[in-house]
Design a binder for this molecule. Structure first.
Ligand SMILES: NC(=O)c1ccc[n+]([C@@H]2O[C@H](COP(=O)([O-])OP(=O)(O)OC[C@H]3O[C@@H](n4cnc5c(N)ncnc54)[C@H](OP(=O)(O)O)[C@@H]3O)[C@@H](O)[C@H]2O)c1
Length: 411
């Protein structure tokens, strides 16, 4: 596609017993192709134990707050998820096929029942500076090029937020991609005000949300935001007021679909009684499974689950300093030996596929649930290409089972 604006053209089950994982044979023939039949979302039923949702707030995007900010909304007690069983009727989460996109074999997702998106999106967190403050690259052309490359490579879902920068990420999205090509879905967020690097507070009063939405519309140069996510519930404002405001914005045609962020299963259940919720965005990755109960609810209700930190904010690509894992389902930090087991699994499986550990982490998300729509963030075109190639990796049952087991290491 030609872009007009800007300076660029465009073991069998390897359970972890305590901290020690058995290593299954990996790299065998995958049965993925058989399971990837049109209209049958690749979907693995998992007998998961009950768990609680916790620690949804510990991320660099919204941590390091000082003084002015309130704590991120407590996710609150969640209903025990109970065992995942094969008993429930699962909605058809897929839309049409998308054979042209990178790899192109995964069924698409129907967001809110009206917008068809590919399963692997792009997050703009990598286009802003440390503490989500300012631009990542001094030369905006570098960020514009990454955004355009993502779309040229078939990405149909871009995740951003008004406070990334602030304003910076949304402005980059508009500058790089407006006028938006048909089929490109832009998701942004409001409800959080960032006043410095890693300094932020929630702001969920109706007048706040209305003003933020209008500002995002202006920055994104659009009349309607495809997916508007409440970045955090404001604990000082009734949920009904916050969601009521979003419903009003929806009725006014300013937003197409409503999403929630860092939310527990009980809250999501309540929220669904108040508004049509098209998506959830919680921290989640192969080693950080605190939101498994929320994912289960999303699957049952046809709600998209955008996992933030799909790469553990770098941890899963071997980059020190990421804060996304290893974690157990409880969100507790894993022990050193559990980390070693996780590293063993990821590197072993990666080697079997000639892939990177990050690609395996993304492939696992894509296999794990048809409701998962990862939006890994990067400011690098090479990393972008690498991440998108994960869609073509077909993990074997044994590999999936081994990776599934990693999420049970702590609790
Ligand atoms: N709702 C929320 O509260 C929330 C919180 C955090 C994030 N998010 C959203 O979720 C998206 C993803 O989260 P995230 O970007 O923070 O974390 P992430 O995707 O888990 O990891 C991003 C980190 O991994 C590195 N990386 C990415 N691809 C790589 C590759 N192929 N090889 C080596 N390193 C690679 C990036 O550095 P390089 O740029 O150098 O590649 C960056 O440091 C964000 O962009 C944002 O849209 C939402």
């Amino acid at each position: 596609m030609q872009w007009n604006e800007g300076t660029e053209g465009s073991t069998a089950r390897a359970r972890l017993h305590g901290d020690v994982a058995e290593r299954p044979d990996v790299g065998g023939e995958s049965d993925l192709r058989r399971r990837r039949t049109p209209g049958f979302p690749l979907f693995k039923l998992r007998g998961m134990d009950a768990q609680t949702h916790s620690d949804a707030a510990a991320d660099p995007e919204l941590t390091g707050q000082h003084g002015v900010q309130r704590e991120p909304h407590a996710t609150g007690p969640t209903t025990a998820a109970g065992a995942r069983t094969a008993g429930g009727t699962r909605p058809d989460l897929t839309g049409g096929t998308r054979p042209d996109l990178a790899g192109g074999t995964l069924p698409d997702f129907s967001l809110g029942g009206t917008l068809t998106v590919g399963r692997l999106g792009f997050g703009t967190g990598g286009l802003v500076g440390p503490g989500y403050w300012g631009p990542r690259h001094a030369d905006p052309a570098r960020s514009l090029a990454v955004l355009r490359r993502a779309v040229d490579r078939g990405v149909t879902l871009i995740d951003t937020a008004d406070n990334y920068g602030p304003d910076v990420a949304e402005e980059l999205v508009a500058r790089a991609l407006h006028p938006y090509p048909d089929g490109l879905v832009i998701a942004t967020k409001g409800g959080v005000v960032r006043t410095g690097p890693d300094v932020w507070h929630v702001a969920g009063r109706p007048e706040d949300l209305r003003a933020m939405c209008d500002a995002s519309l202006r920055r994104l140069k659009t009349d309607t935001i495809d997916l508007y996510q409440l970045h955090r519930l404001d604990p000082d404002v009734p949920m009904a007021e916050q969601l009521g405001t979003l419903v009003e914005l929806q009725q006014a045609g300013k937003i197409r679909h409503i999403g929630l962020d860092s939310i527990g299963a009980a809250e999501l259940t309540r929220a669904r009684e108040l508004a049509p919720i098209a998506s959830v965005q919680n921290r989640y990755n192969v080693l950080d499974r605190a939101s498994e109960d929320v994912l289960e609810l999303c699957e049952r209700t046809g709600t998209a689950f955008l996992p933030w930190f799909p790469l553990g904010h770098g941890t899963l690509v071997g980059r020190p300093g990421g804060s996304g894992g290893p974690k157990g389902r409880s969100g507790a930090s894993a022990s050193a030996s559990a980390s070693a087991s996780a590293t063993d699994a990821l590197t072993t499986i990666a080697a079997a596929h000639g892939a990177t550990t990050g690609q395996i982490a993304l492939a696992w998300l894509l296999h794990h649930s048809p409701a998962l729509l990862p939006t890994p963030g990067t400011g690098s075109p090479d990393h972008l290409d690498e991440n998108l190639a994960a869609e073509r990796i077909a993990l074997t049952e044994a590999e999936l089972t081994w990776l599934d087991g990693l999420g049970t290491v702590a609790g």
